[in-house]
Unconditional design. Structure first.
Length: 608
């Protein structure tokens, strides 16, 4: 969603803000703006469109101070225009505020402020906040800020400058992430550590209901009700090179090709091959309760939801525990039947997904054991769950998730092994799955080596308007994920279905202009998938098949075949999704789409 970056110190603030905003571009945005203070005067510049437009419009002589805030906006209330871009100000332009989140009671506040004489110039929910601070201000800016916060309902991460208090940045958090960075005589704030990691490795995270005041002399943290808080300093360890393109034309392609490494990182040090089991340190204190769960809820959104669907198949198969996969956005608003002996596992790449966080809180309220699978160290979900596992995929910059998905599935396989070996799975079976898992990264390399073949197929289908993706069993969620990737970055309509469901409606769509992608790997229902392919061929549909190496039968039926190595059925989704990621990527590139920042999408959905 929206991106926030701020700096106070002794350096020229402008290049720090612009570099930080560029690091946040991957989150998705439609406008951007900057505010600085020079000689106790606010200077603001904002533009709709890309950061380059903002950069070209800035008169650096007017914005050459050493304190400032910057913002990238993803429109919620109001069109993506220059006037709706952040920062927003009060009537007298003494306050500049940037915001990530949604103010739910803004309409009521706006009406009351208008009645008191305030003039509004934007369509946004955010604009009420600087006006509210202005209304409360009576010589004490901190007090006015806290009073304003007490009136708000919704989610927010704020950073505020004011000519009333020109040597401080005020920040606050409720539901939207904020990280504070510490340097020598300088301090940073951001919505994502990637914006500031080139300047500092020492950070702490604000919790909900907390605020901070940044000055050149230090930082004060407290609750918005004025209770002092103490924060633990954490060290950022990831390599800055992991958020660079490293010679690839797009982050997404780089991240697809990183998967042999990221999958290895997700199981490194966790596999006890000789014993046929795994050691997950983050779950060590809850292993027994996890294994004894009456039911497991897997809760997620988007791509993470597809990873959860795969886990449902394998956990029920090997652990014999009922599993229910829920969209976080639905779980949070109904009254789910959750008991104290149930386990909830929430899955989120960012660890900040608003719906998933709300579902987590609902699960905790009902007394369930709540676990997290996240990528971002120190994220809110990582801090609020009872226990959890990091996937160690490193920063994922491309909006369409690739390496995080395969790492999530890899971790879920390990959780399955942890439970299954405590129940009925034999040592031999555990050893067999672990042996196959160890070889998965090398097998992915053989798939990636076929990228030219996949690009050639993409060239033939780049102008199609619709796609069907079909799979059965554990490969059905892969069909969903393949269709989602194509929709996200190429804007082609695509749907994923269980292959057997084709006859119950989607078959009506099939003609010579309809490409149908089958995940047709060798398994117990392979022959059923072959029958489905025959049905598509009979209606002149164009078949693209993902099949196991050596499968000569499939080559006689499909128009195009992408071969992948054989592996255990538990692990097949990790392999079968790779060509679908590449197919979506190459089609999108050939259609001239922005694959790293697709329209209307945000990397981390921190608002409803």
């Amino acid at each position: 969603m929206c991106g926030i970056v701020g700096y106070i110190g002794h350096k020229n603030v402008l290049p720090i803000l612009l570099t930080g905003l560029k690091r946040l571009e991957y989150r998705g945005y439609d406008s951007a703006g900057i505010a600085t203070i020079t000689e106790n005067q606010l200077a603001i510049e904002k533009q709709s469109g890309k950061l380059s437009i903002l950069e070209n419009s800035i008169n650096s002589t007017n914005m050459n101070g050493s304190i400032g805030i910057g913002h990238t906006r993803w429109a919620t209330h109001g069109a993506p225009t220059k006037s709706n871009a952040h920062p927003h100000t009060d009537c007298k332009s003494n306050i500049a505020l940037i915001h990530n989140g949604i103010i739910e009671n803004y309409a009521t506040l706006r009406k009351a402020l208008i009645e008191k004489g305030h003039k509004f110039v934007t369509e946004t929910d955010t604009e009420v906040v600087p006006h509210l601070i202005e209304e409360f201000y009576d010589g004490d800016f901190e007090l006015a800020f806290r009073q304003a916060l007490s009136e708000l309902s919704g989610a927010y991460g704020f950073a505020v400058l004011s000519s009333h208090d020109p040597d401080k940045i005020y920040v606050a958090r409720q539901g939207s992430p904020l990280v504070i960075g510490l340097g020598e005589g300088e301090f940073f704030v951001a919505s994502d550590v990637s914006a500031i990691v080139s300047h500092t490795r020492s950070v702490f995270y604000l919790n909900d209901g907390e605020m901070a005041i940044l000055s050149r002399g230090g930082i004060k943290t407290k609750t918005i009700t004025n209770e002092p808080t103490k924060k633990k300093i954490e060290k950022i360890t990831f390599d800055l090179g992991r958020i660079e393109k490293s010679g690839y034309p797009h982050y997404m392609l780089k991240e697809i090709f990183e998967q042999p490494k990221t999958i290895t990182d997700s199981f490194r040090g966790r596999l006890l091959q000789s014993e046929g089991r795994v050691r997950l340190g983050g779950l060590s204190e809850v292993e027994e309760r996890l294994a004894d769960a009456a039911k497991i809820y897997l809760i997620a959104c988007g791509t993470s939801w597809h990873a959860a669907l795969i886990a449902e198949y394998i956990i029920e198969e090997y652990c014999r525990i009922p599993v229910e996969v829920e969209y976080a956005s639905e779980f949070r608003y109904r009254n789910p039947v959750v008991n104290k002996n149930d386990v909830i596992i929430v899955i989120s790449q960012s660890g900040e997904t608003a719906d998933t966080l709300a579902a987590l809180k609902e699960g905790k309220h009902k007394g369930a054991l709540c676990l997290g699978i996240v990528n971002s160290v120190g994220s809110t979900i990582a801090r609020e769950t009872d226990a959890g596992v990091y996937i160690h995929a490193g920063p994922e910059i491309g909006v369409a998730s690739t390496k995080a998905f395969t790492s999530q599935v890899t971790v879920l396989v390990q959780i399955m092994l942890l439970i299954a070996r405590k129940k009925s799975m034999s040592v031999v079976m555990g050893q067999s799955i672990i042996e196959e898992l160890i070889h998965v990264p090398d097998k992915i390399k053989t798939i990636l080596a076929q990228s030219q073949i996949i690009e050639d197929i993409a060239d033939k289908f780049k102008d199609k308007s619709n796609f069907l993706y079909l799979g059965r069993g554990v490969n059905f969620p892969v069909a969903l994920e393949g269709a989602l990737k194509l929709k996200e970055i190429s804007y082609i309509h695509a749907e994923g279905y269980p292959a057997a469901e084709m006859k119950h409606g989607p078959i009506a769509l099939i003609d010579e202009d309809m490409p149908v992608v089958f995940i047709a790997t060798k398994d117990l229902i392979y022959d059923k998938v072959i029958s489905n392919i025959e049905e598509v061929r009979a209606r002149k549909g164009k078949v693209i098949a993902i099949a196991c190496q050596g499968d000569e039968k499939i080559s006689k039926l499909a128009d195009h075949v992408i071969y992948i190595p054989e592996t255990s059925q538990v692990l097949m989704p990790i392999l079968s999704v790779i060509p679908l990621q590449l197919l979506a990527y190459y089609i999108a590139v050939k259609r001239g789409c922005d694959v790293d920042q697709p329209r209307n999408l945000a990397k981390s959905v921190t608002v409803e």
